[in-house]
Write a protein that binds this ligand. Sequence first.
Ligand code: UGA
Length: 434
Amino acid sequence: MSVIGCGYLGAVHAAAMASLGHEVVGVDADPAKAAALAAGTAPFYEPGLDELLAAGIGSGRLRFSTDVADAAGSAVHFLAVGTPQLAGASAADLRFVREALTGLLPHLREGDVVAGKSTVPVGTAAELAPAIEQRGATLVWNPEFLREGWAVHDTLHPDRLVVGAGDDEAGRRAVRRLREAYADPIAEGSPFLVTNRETAELVKGAANAFLATKISFINAMAEIAEASGADVTLLADALGHDERIGRRFLGAGIGFGGGCLPKDIRAFAARAEELGKGEAVGFLREVDAINLRRRAEAVRLVVESFGGSVVGRRITMLGAAFKPYSDDVRDSPALDVATRLRGLGAKVTVTDPQAIGNARIAHPQLKYEQDRDRAIRRADALVLVTEWDLYRRELSPEHASTLTTGRIVVDGRNCLDGGAWRAAGWTYRGLGRP
Ligand code: UGA
């Protein structure tokens, strides 16, 4: 197998496929990334990935290259390159998918299967297929649902596998080949769903749109709670007991970020517009707007906690990554809130156990301190924006009190025990809570 593109998705996929017993070559144009992976070190933080890489390389089944010619001879080629948001527009930028395919085409043999894993607008596979078929190969779409931070687990034990293929002999052969590739997770019970290519592309966009909508729904309820004196966290607990609703992804706070949900809902809406069905997903614009309003509300809450101004106040942001167990800061709500507070004149320090390297590149103007206790020393307020255990479970108000100057804590993820912080003499504020 080959895996073209070795970022958060492809690197994990390559290592996971090798651990399932396949012979895998990962191809990435970035020499530094390919070299790090070849040495068994993930160029980003993903729990369990280094071990999986080392095992794959040690077994001789996993290697990495910068040259797409090394993909030649593989029976299945997974396309795992990024599809970021187009600059200045909502749509997805498919440049990397097209470039990867152009590079791969001359190396395809009769009977090869190209399996697209990247998140693409519905209709992309139909556009790419003819060039692949000209080489006697077959294109299927096989979207990926892994979560960063859980990527190794999600890839080895997927909650479902979806393969979109043409309804002809070549399509059926390609589906059989992917069934073989995923034989272990299938044997373990992962459902294997075969659809046409359009449905497979849409499943991915729809899944992320649903997750984003669920988060923004509870954040919309947080706005109502703020105006009425209700507590959104208890509301979410009560709603979550209804199995039809479920408690997961009802975490109210500063909202969703990362390299997927924000850009995917925008690309989804943009594609719906192109199809003349913009109205059908008009609510996604609201989902986006609610999400962005939460960042502003977190800032407002901090300012209010100081009586109306943060000028000159020392504020420590607990977290930089868009979520815990990740060093990814793409569209991170945490850094957005930090940047806005700094813009209002606060002296902001950002701490994070994993993401400071990436954060510094994205926001060089902010001040960083890796060590949690050094970061909170002499702070006037703490603002929790990424729910790492280091802050959520392992920072007691009593310990924090020995280091900080002020006693204000704003909980942007509603993950602290507000009662315990109040009992220790702190002013505790959560989003959507009285
Ligand atoms: C998301 C999807 O969950 C994956 O299924 C999908 O494969 C992936 O995008 C992708 O398209 O590649 P990921 O971006 O890793 O995965 O992160 P999530 O765990 O979905 O979290 C996204 C954001 O939502 C984070 O900023 C998180 O803090 C926020 N969130 C999550 C909430 O604000 N509240 C919640 O209750 C849950």
